[in-house]
Ligand binder design. Structure first.
Ligand code: GDD
Ligand code: GTP
Length: 423
């Protein structure tokens, strides 16, 4: 039997994802029509004999309860949310809830960072680990990055013949390796012995230093620095490289990029989730597009490519939408154009308006390039060009232009804006 853990962090994290996460926790933000971590759940349930998924984070349980109930009724595995009392780090929660993870003696358990998106090769990862589990405690999924981008990730030196991780540095300041940690792992239960030893050493230090680090709980443990780094070179960590699509979801730009890839994956795995435009009275579809069945779209609208339209959205005549995410109950008035943008829940775009952002994709000329996750502002304090984002319940008047702008929730705009943040 197998289990999986999804790490989702909590309300203090993911600041780069605002304002999209102001009214919905980032793990529940819809990408290709599904909450972000539902893609993780679907990857887990596709693994034979996986019986339980534990979602660990420090969001108040009230923010996730409805989602957990929905997932539980939709899928036949046990799905639970375990709330940390405070941020315990990427390994502190695993150790804190170790009895829950160990119960029923699973053969191994997966750990997935909630903020990655991928064509998760979990079965392959488990098979690889199982064949070597006598000696190894864990297998890390790795992928190739460019030299420059590798510095933003956990970097691993991997022995090509044995696949052992001989050296691990989390976000190094100078080049170590282009093999990076994908935040996708499989562990044997024996890992808890090592975590326990590390935990005890850290506890001693914590109390010796008169609670030295007051910002962190005594139980705070980082999987990367406290577990992976010391285990590297002992023969107990292996890495399996994937060439499947993989990305992080840190910024709104990366949500548009992930949306496109998840829609692409539906072609093989869930063609029923893609709109075809073949039925009479349907609007023109340029693949790939996902439209929630409850959305109302005029037959003269042209939608796609790479668009997701949420529940109860209304789209009027002559609208054109491309490379965008339209969240639930949004309204797009007649003849408006939406390009490279995210339109928040309940937002309203008037007629003949133009809402446009600047796309950012991994550099196609650099092999293995990943999405950049730039800060909102550049060094002169100006907004970096980005996709346009309307927070929830924003209203855009008719005949206005919004370019590369971010509008916080509940704003009523009265004019056109360009490269601005409306607070
Ligand atoms: N439960 C819980 N508690 N989850 C946490 C906590 C915590 O205190 N802190 C972070 N997480 C979750 C985040 O929500 C995220 O899903 C994941 O753990 C990783 O957290 P970050 O701290 O944001 O790390 P990162 O994304 O910058 O880097 C990690 O992932 C990269 C791949 O995406 C590292 O593991 C890197 O080595 C790796 O390359
Ligand atoms: P920076 O703070 O920009 O460095 O982001 P980060 O790298 O710390 O992002 P991280 O990967 O830690 O963010 C991941 C988690 O934060 C997500 O899984 C969400 O659980 C959560 N999150 C992000 N932003 C918000 C927010 O504004 N509100 C709430 N409620 N949760 C958020």
């Amino acid at each position: 039997m197998l289990k999986a853990v999804i790490l989702i962090g909590g309300p203090l994290k993911g600041t780069r994802f605002r304002p999209l996460s102001l009214d919905i926790p980032k793990p529940l933000f819809p990408v290709a029509g599904l909450p972000l971590i539902q893609h993780h759940i679907e990857a887990c349930i596709a693994v034979t004999n996986l019986k339980e998924i534990l979602i660990i984070g420090f969001y108040p349980v009230t923010q996730l309860q409805q989602f957990i109930n929905d997932m539980q009724s939709q899928y036949k595995v046990i799905i639970k949310y375990l709330q940390e009392f405070t941020a315990l780090g990427t390994a502190g929660g695993l150790y804190h809830f170790r009895d829950q993870i160990r119960s029923g003696s699973p053969d191994a358990f997966f750990v997935l960072n909630g903020d990655v998106c991928a064509d998760f090769p979990l079965t392959e990862l488990y098979e690889f680990h199982r064949e070597r589990s006598l000696t190894s405690l864990m297998t890390v999924m790795s992928t190739e990055a460019t030299r420059q981008q590798s510095l933003n990730f956990g970097c691993m030196v991997v022995d090509k013949t044995t696949q052992e991780v001989t050296h691990y540095v989390e976000k190094p300041s100078s080049y170590v390796s282009t093999s990076i940690n994908c935040g996708i792992y499989v562990f044997s239960l024996k890992i808890f012995n090592f975590m326990g030893e590390t935990f005890n050493i850290k506890q001693e230090e914590y109390y010796k230093n008169d609670n030295g680090n007051v910002n962190k709980d005594a139980g705070y443990l980082q999987l990367e620095q406290d577990i992976l780094t010391p285990l590297a070179g002992t023969g107990k960590i292996l890495a399996l490289q994937t060439t499947n699509w993989w990305s992080q979801l840190k910024t709104a730009n990366s949500a548009i990029y992930a949306n496109r890839h998840y829609l692409g994956l539906y072609k093989q795995k869930h063609p029923e989730r893609l709109a075809t435009g073949k039925k009479a009275e349907q609007c023109t579809i340029i693949a790939d597009v996902h439209i929630d069945p409850s959305a109302t779209i005029d037959s003269t609208a042209v939608i796609g490519p790479n668009v997701s339209i949420g529940p109860d959205v209304v789209i009027e005549a002559g609208v054109r939408i491309k490379e965008s995410i339209i969240l639930d109950s949004a309204f797009i008035g007649e003849r408006s154009l939406i390009l490279h943008s995210i339109i928040g829940r309940n937002s309203r775009v008037g007629k003949w308006a133009r809402v446009e952002g600047t796309p950012s994709d991994p550099d196609p000329n650099k092999p293995f390039a990943k999405m950049e996750n730039p800060k909102l502002f550049n060094n002169d304090g100006r907004l970096n060009p980005s996709i346009t984002i309307l927070g929830c319940s924003v209203s855009v008047p008719s005949e206005t232009i919004l370019l590369n702008s971010i509008v916080l929730p509940n704003k009523e705009l009265s004019r056109s804006i360009k490269n601005e943040i409306i607070l």
